[in-house]
Ligand binder design. Structure first.
Ligand SMILES: NC(=O)c1ccc[n+]([C@@H]2O[C@H](COP(=O)([O-])OP(=O)(O)OC[C@H]3O[C@@H](n4cnc5c(N)ncnc54)[C@H](O)[C@@H]3O)[C@@H](O)[C@H]2O)c1
Length: 348
């Protein structure tokens, strides 16, 4: 098992290993005195992993309780959030008790927001069970729910007290959800560390999670010093967000970002913004991983969304331009050139 520390204002440890869920109670007990624990999970993960966690918590002197909601993004709502708070109150959870989020990004975001706000904040632990949650959403302290008006519109920054990642849980994941994590990991490889892509292709989950978490940590820390580096994490997102929205979210975030990365890279090369043709490389790698990169939308449709991107400042937008494998830079593109940029990216 690998253990490393995240040094945010409230530091915490991330534990990464295969088969470590059965020892979760022991690890939590190293940091937190025996108390009541509310496991929050979804209907699918509940059937797969809640019993192992419950047993481990009991063996280590904790008193486990459970809240289960239906699986899927639809549950990431104000209704589920309010039900969780009511349920915590009915169970008389206090500030010395804790929440454990057992599941993917939906469970993590909802549980984190509940932890941030119940009694003005109680401790919570993330146990990610999807590839995406492990490489991205369980780290960084962003919590949220969706509003009817859009995704992640209500939330808070609330750091977990510990992250326990048992990647043997990925063995039960559907291929489509696994790919969302693959896209995120390849993005990190492209912007910061090319060797990460080799680990992704080798399906070395332990190494990939360790490197992704460490990249996310360093990028977020650098952004605190106002270098603007955090925007590198937006690679593929200008076109990707448009694809997600145009598909009414039927195309998942990860698949949309995969298409976006390939298209934005092609465009940067064709526009002469870089001498490195990352588009060709990405198309090969992403196809090999199982992504379908055929873009079902026109440049005009994608431009309509891109021109409202929140990364636009004045008359330009910051785009992430690949300079070499594992190295990207930010470059401003005039809005008047953006539609042409998108057109070059998506034409065959
Ligand atoms: N907070 C952040 O920084 C951040 C970052 C990226 C994404 N997100 C959020 O994460 C969410 C997406 O996360 P996700 O892809 O994990 O989705 P998810 O939590 O909905 O999980 C996907 C599906 O996989 C199932 N599942 C979970 N673990 C499983 C396992 N081990 N075996 C079998 N099935 C399993 C779930 O029940 C669900 O049906 C989105 O809401 C997104 O906004 C948050």
């Amino acid at each position: 098992m690998e253990r490393f520390a995240v040094t945010t204002a409230r530091p915490y440890d991330i534990l990464i290993g295969k088969g470590i869920l059965k020892d979760a109670g022991k690890y939590i007990g190293e940091d937190i005195k025996p108390c009541r624990v509310c496991i929050i999970t979804d209907s699918k993960v509940n059937q797969l992993y809640a019993e192992t966690l419950t047993d481990s918590l009991k063996e280590n002197g904790f008193e486990p309780h459970k809240i289960v909601f239906p699986e899927g993004e639809y549950s990431k709502s104000m209704t589920t959030y309010a039900n969780i708070l009511e349920s915590l109150a009915e169970k008389a959870f206090s500030r010395s008790d804790i929440i454990v989020a057992l599941g993917g990004g939906v469970v993590g975001d909802l549980s984190g927001f509940a932890a941030a706000t119940y009694l003005r904040g109680i401790k919570y632990i993330q146990i990610p069970t999807t590839y995406l949650a492990a490489v991205d959403s369980s780290v960084g302290g962003k919590t949220a729910v969706n509003l009817l008006s859009g995704k992640n519109l209500a939330g808070a920054f609330w750091q977990p007290s510990m992250v326990i990642c048992d990647y043997s849980t990925f063995e039960s994941m559907d291929e489509a959800f696994l790919l969302d994590g693959v896209a995120e990991a390849i993005k990190n490889g492209m912007i910061m560390e090319s060797s990460l892509i080799d680990w992704v292709l080798a399906k070395d989950y332990g190494k990939v999670i360790e490197r992704c978490v460490s990249i996310k940590k360093s990028v977020v820390e650098a952004d605190e010093r106002d270098t603007g580096m955090r925007q590198l994490l937006n690679f593929g997102h200008t076109i990707g967000h448009g694809i997600e929205k145009l598909s009414s979210y039927r195309i998942s975030h990860g698949r949309a970002v995969a298409m976006g990365m390939a298209a934005e890279s092609k465009a940067a090369f064709k526009m002469g913004l870089t001498s490195y043709d990352a588009g060709e490389y990405l198309t090969e790698i992403l196809t090999k991983c199982g992504f379908d990169l055929d873009l079902p939308y026109s440049a005009e449709e994608l431009y309509r969304y891109a021109k409202n991107d929140k990364k636009i400042i004045g008359d330009s937008i910051s785009m992430v331009i690949p300079e070499a494998l594992g190295k990207c830079r930010l470059q401003k593109i005039l809005l008047s050139d953006l539609e042409e940029f998108i057109k070059l990216g998506i034409e065959k």
